[in-house]
Design a protein around this ligand. Structure first.
Ligand code: FAD
Ligand code: MLT
Ligand code: ZN
Length: 477
């Protein structure tokens, strides 16, 4: 069969036979999911925009079981789609055809936590929010946070190299992940699960798997460096009259808040309209074309509040900011964060969402939204912009009542050409998955793509791991 919208052909993998299911049932008693209805939620992505037709979900609990699964699949030439919390936004976490789904849902054990170093070692299927709760009880936090925290797994976060709301402060997972355990396509386990801040013994192999979106190996355990829980957290939610003022506010707040700045997020008025309409959230700040959320995290509340207040006074006095509110208690902080974090959810109420996740020089971040709005006119329901401004990361989202090929043609490749002209990235943090893989050349030279394909061929010669994802079809290179 061919997947029509994307015109993809099934590769010649083996087909699941009764003997295969019997083998897995012996290996994972009670942890094999079959039956169309039971498998359905694993076949559909979070956005409900792509759908596979797998007949089998496997839920291993140990690395040894993952090894045995992959050894068997490798021998039988059966394709496998690794899946964590299935919150990915580029169609990478669900099968395209009948790939077996290897779910990390039951690999949810914390292995160790060292309170002196702040290093956490855990299995890949731990839910991010559970890890955060566990750490907070001990005075630490995870170095990453995202709106999908209640469902996403740390293994999925590492596999996508998720960015999120704390990257500005704690950096990318490429810096905070210290070690990984990975099972390769042939079932062999690679133990790079070290907990060292420094280790220059040859190539840093774990980096290959961070952001590899399940195409090079299955991540089974993660060692990650966690910061101390800040003693004082403040959030300011502010209204700005133009994007130029959003940028100037960023410059000012970086200068005045310095080391305590931990997030600088922005959203346009359309986003605010959507969270208010669809989620019934109400904002204490209204009537502005742009909103920014500024978070500070520090160790001395008096000092931090003083700094924040003098920044706010200056921002108001100079007209950078026209309205705003500040939260110091947990409850109000959560309310303000949800206005920004829940935009993704609000958008799904609109109908179909065309999602773009772009890195750009920060000064040009909103020009893409304006240009796209002008280009699409009435053919789109909404064109909105929000994102991690402090990281130069725009989330451009276009909504319509339902999917339409002509609207897609109006958006792509325009959006990618626009991004490439600015030397941006067509995927800042979500990955390429199934939806974006054919556009990799807008952000990577041919030589880099060829080298990636060589790595893939070396680590997964039969191509059984998450086929049709991340790398383009060979013919395009
Ligand atoms: P899945 O969706 O299950 O999988 C994602 C990819 O990783 C797939 O290719 C899959 O095959 C692979 N994979 C999963 N587990 C493994 C494993 N153990 N080994 C190998 N490969 C694996 N992303 C950001 O970067 N920043 C954000 O701020 C952000 N916010 C989000 C908010 C919402 C509401 C939602 C729905 C998503 C958001 N995302 C964000 C998308 C983000 O990619 C995911 O939320 C998260 O990182 C994926 O984790 P997951 O466990 O759900 O992985
Ligand atoms: C976010 O920053 O909210 C996430 O990356 C999800 C999205 O892009 O909608
Ligand atoms: Zn994001």
């Amino acid at each position: 069969p061919t997947c029509e919208r994307y015109a993809v052909r099934r590769l010649p993998f083996g087909r699941l036979a009764d003997g295969d299911v019997a083998f897995f049932e012996r290996l994972l008693p009670g942890r094999v999911v079959t039956g169309e209805e039971e498998v359905k939620p694993f076949n559909v992505d979070w956005l409900k925009s792509v759908r596979g037709c797998s007949q089998l979900v496997l839920k291993p609990q140990t690395t040894a079981e993952v090894s045995q699964i992959l050894r068997y699949c490798h021998e039988r030439n059966l394709a496998v789609s690794p899946q964590g919390g299935n919150t990915g936004l580029v169609g990478g976490s669900v099968p395209v055809f009948d790939e077996i789904i290897l779910s990390t849902a039951l690999m949810n054990q914390i292995i160790s936590f060292d309170k002196v170093s702040g290093i956490l070692v855990c299995q890949a299927g731990c839910v991010l929010e559970r890890l955060s709760e566990y750490l907070e009880e001990q005075g630490f936090i995870m170095p990453l946070d995202l709106g999908a925290k209640g469902s996403c797994h740390i293994g999925g976060n590492v596999a996508t190299n998720a960015g999120g709301l704390r990257l500005l402060r704690y950096g990318s997972l490429r810096g905070t992940v210290l070690g990984l355990e990975v099972v390769l396509a042939d079932g062999s386990a690679l133990d790079c699960l070290t907990s060292l801040r420094k280790d220059n013994t040859g190539y840093d192999l774990k980096q290959l798997f961070i952001g590899s979106e399940g195409t090079l190996g299955v991540i089974t355990a993660v060692s990650i460096l966690c910061p101390q829980k800040p003693k004082a957290v403040n959030v300011a939610f502010l209204g700005c009259q133009s994007f130029a003022k959003v940028l100037e506010t960023f410059t000012t707040c970086r200068a005045m808040l310095g080391e305590i700045l931990s997030a600088y997020e922005f959203m346009d008025e359309k986003c605010m309209e959507l969270v208010e309409t669809h989620l019934k959230l109400s904002s204490p700040v209204a009537g502005s074309p742009f909103y920014v959320l500024i978070e500070t995290s520090g160790s001395n509340s008096t000092h931090d509040e003083e700094k924040l207040n003098s920044f706010l006074e200056q921002a108001m006095a100079s007209g950078l900011v026209t309205d705003g509110t500040v939260a110091t208690d947990d409850k109000k902080i959560k309310v303000l964060w949800s206005l920004r974090e829940r935009i993704t959810e609000a958008l799904t109420h609109e109908g179909y969402v065309y999602k773009y996740d772009i890195s750009l020089p920060v000064g040009k971040l909103y020009d893409l939204v304006t240009d796209m709005r002008a280009r699409l006119g009435q053919s789109a329901k909404n064109v909105v912009g929000y994102g991690h401004l402090g990281d130069g990361n725009l989330h451009l989202n276009i909504t319509a009542e339902s999917y339409s090929h002509s609207l897609l043609d109006a958006i792509e490749p325009f959006v990618y050409e626009w991004t490439a002209r600015c030397s941006g990235s067509i995927s800042a943090e979500h990955g390429l998955g199934f939806k974006k893989r054919q556009f990799i050349q807008y952000s990577k030279p041919r030589e880099a793509v060829v080298l990636m394909q060589q790595f893939k061929a070396m680590l997964d010669p039969k191509g059984i791991l998450n086929p049709y994802k991340t790398l383009p079809e060979r013919s395009t290179c």
